[in-house]
Design a protein. Structure first.
Length: 166
């Protein structure tokens, strides 16, 4: 599990129940299941983020939430088509810091996106199925773009990562 520096403080990514999927023993289906779990978590946490985000960022949160819902639903269908049971969402997900202000909501949004990017990068590295790889590349790109937008809102520099998902 990696510790990140966000908003001038060290935070543990919010999805600490799952270990980082950069473990080389992880298979493509396991990585995809982990990415689905991250999408479940993103949908849950963007609900909490929406409660505290300032008005000028509400549209960005709504768009991110819709994107994660759509991605989650598509992955559930993809996994079901392969005759594997999709990962069911946990009853709740939590961050390693309280989300109780606009600043902490922005920090949480960034952590959600960087964690999703890492999960999707693991899928790209581990799958041999063309459709799954294409989906994972799209998801990695989307999460990276949203993470960059949150870094810009947070006035972080650099706003981009050379290797998203690492």
């Amino acid at each position: 599990m990696s510790v990140q520096q966000i908003g001038g403080r060290q935070v543990i990514p919010p999805f600490s129940a799952q270990e980082n999927q950069s473990n080389t023993s992880t298979t493509g289906p396991e990585a995809l299941a982990y990415a689905l779990d991250r999408e479940h978590a993103a949908v849950f946490l963007y609900g909490a983020i929406a409660a505290f985000i300032r008005n000028d960022q509400r549209n960005s949160v709504s768009l991110a939430l819709a994107a994660h819902r759509s991605r989650r639903d598509a992955i559930v269908d993809l996994i079901a088509e392969s005759n594997h049971p999709p990962v069911v969402p946990a009853p709740a997900y939590h961050t390693s810091f309280p989300v109780n202000s606009d600043a902490s909501a922005l920090d949480a949004a960034l952590v959600v996106e960087t964690d999703c990017a890492a999960a999707w990068r693991a899928v790209v590295e581990r799958t041999a199925v063309r459709e799954v790889r294409a989906t994972a590349v799209d998801a990695l790109s989307d999460a990276s773009v949203r993470a960059t937008r949150w870094r810009l809102v947070l006035d972080q520099s650099p706003a981009t990562e050379a290797f998203p998902g690492t």
